[in-house]
Design a binder for this molecule. Structure first.
Ligand code: A2P
Ligand code: 11C
Length: 334
């Protein structure tokens, strides 16, 4: 069986990747419809050798569409996801709009595929930094029960979108040529800098990105008792989020046991040979599908603690690939 699939936000950083992932994985696409803003009118994007025109969204756009992958921002998802769901289409939404809605499953196929069963037309794709973390944490949680997580992230500019990738490139080129830079996307220069600030600040002093990691982790793992605290940081990297993760477990688990568990875990690759300077790096994770884990070691400051370094391509497993994997899981369940 084949499906009519739509990508909303097709011209964006994640939308582009969604089209590529659908093609690469040979998703059973009957026909592909592409949507973006009026700015993209006249644009054509290629899929399996075919040039597909980009359309603007209308009330009846979703008629006849089976699955819509949304990545056009939370505002657009707020308005259009219910419209799409109402016309009988299943929405897989990459924005933060619906993630914490109790009526909407928040799914990482390696972790909680069972939650797809209770969807009511909208399924949420988690935040990129949360996805790669839970893929590595779930197999450890199953064995040793994680009590607490302390995470610091090093996030690529592609998480913000295309404009931010352009800004990093332009600032870097300008600075290397002793020219003035333009600061538009972030509150400060991002080239040759590190910003402890992702998304907006909330009343508790944390950023929205940090609280996404706290709340989404509990929902995906199906365990509200896991305590999580996060510091999210933007770094001048184009693609691939890195994370320093410290966990405290109920049961003692050794670094070697963690290596063995993660070596067998779906979607995870362990790269942990410090003697050969081998550990996960965003430049090598870029364009890859897996979550890479290394620097696995026991936290000697507590009884049952593990430190590790988790890297993955934020546009792939962190966004487009996870969304397509959800679609694959859905059609398997039909
Ligand atoms: P457009 O390219 O026409 O602006 P990114 O996250 O990389 O910035 O991409 C955002 C995506 O969301 C783009 O594809 C963008 O299209 C799309 N988008 C923005 N506003 C709208 C809208 N009002 N309707 C549909 N798509 C939109
Ligand atoms: C970033 N994690 O790297 C963000 C991007 O909630 O979907 C994704 C924001 C979201 O900036």
């Amino acid at each position: 069986e084949k499906y009519v699939v739509a990508v909303v936000g097709a011209t964006g950083a994640v939308g582009n990747e969604m089209i590529a992932v659908l093609e690469e994985r040979d998703f059973p696409v009957e026909s592909l419809r592409l949507f973006a803003s009026e700015r993209s009118e006249g644009v054509r994007l290629s899929f399996k050798g075919e040039e597909i025109p980009v359309e603007t969204l209308k009330e009846d756009s979703f008629k006849g569409i089976d699955i819509a992958l949304f990545s056009a921002g939370a505002e657009r998802s707020k308005i259009w996801a219910p419209v799409a769901a109402k016309s009988g289409c299943v929405v897989i939404d990459n924005s933060s709009q619906w993630r914490m809605d109790p009526e909407v499953p928040l799914v990482v196929p390696e972790v909680n595929p069972h939650d797809l069963k209770w969807h009511k037309g909208i399924i949420a794709n988690p935040n990129c930094s949360t996805i790669q973390m839970v893929v590595a944490l779930k197999p450890i949680h199953d064995v040793a029960k994680i009590k607490r997580v302390v995470v610091t992230t090093f996030q690529a500019v592609s998480g913000t979108g295309k404009k931010a990738m352009d800004e990093l490139l332009q600032q870097t080129v300008a600075l290397l040529n002793f020219k003035d830079i333009e600061i538009k996307v972030y509150p400060h220069q991002i080239a040759f800098n590190v910003l402890p600030h992702i998304d907006k600040f909330l009343e508790n002093g944390y950023t929205k990105e940090e609280m996404k990691m706290v709340n989404e982790t509990k929902k995906i793992m199906g365990d509200p008792s896991i305590r999580v605290t996060a510091t999210t940081v933007r770094v001048p990297v184009f693609r691939g989020h890195s994370e320093s993760v410290n966990i405290e477990t109920e049961k003692k688990i050794t670094a070697q046991e963690v290596r063995e568990i993660l070596s067998k875990a779906p979607g995870v690759v362990v790269i942990d040979n410090p003697e050969k300077n081998e550990y996960p790096l965003p430049i090598y994770a870029s364009g890859r599908d897996e979550v890479f884990v290394g620097r696995i070691r026991e936290d000697e400051s507590i009884e049952n603690g593990i430190n590790m370094w988790i890297v993955s391509d934020n546009l792939r497993k962190g966004a487009a690939l996870n969304a397509v994997q959800i679609a694959e899981e859905l059609i398997r369940m039909l």
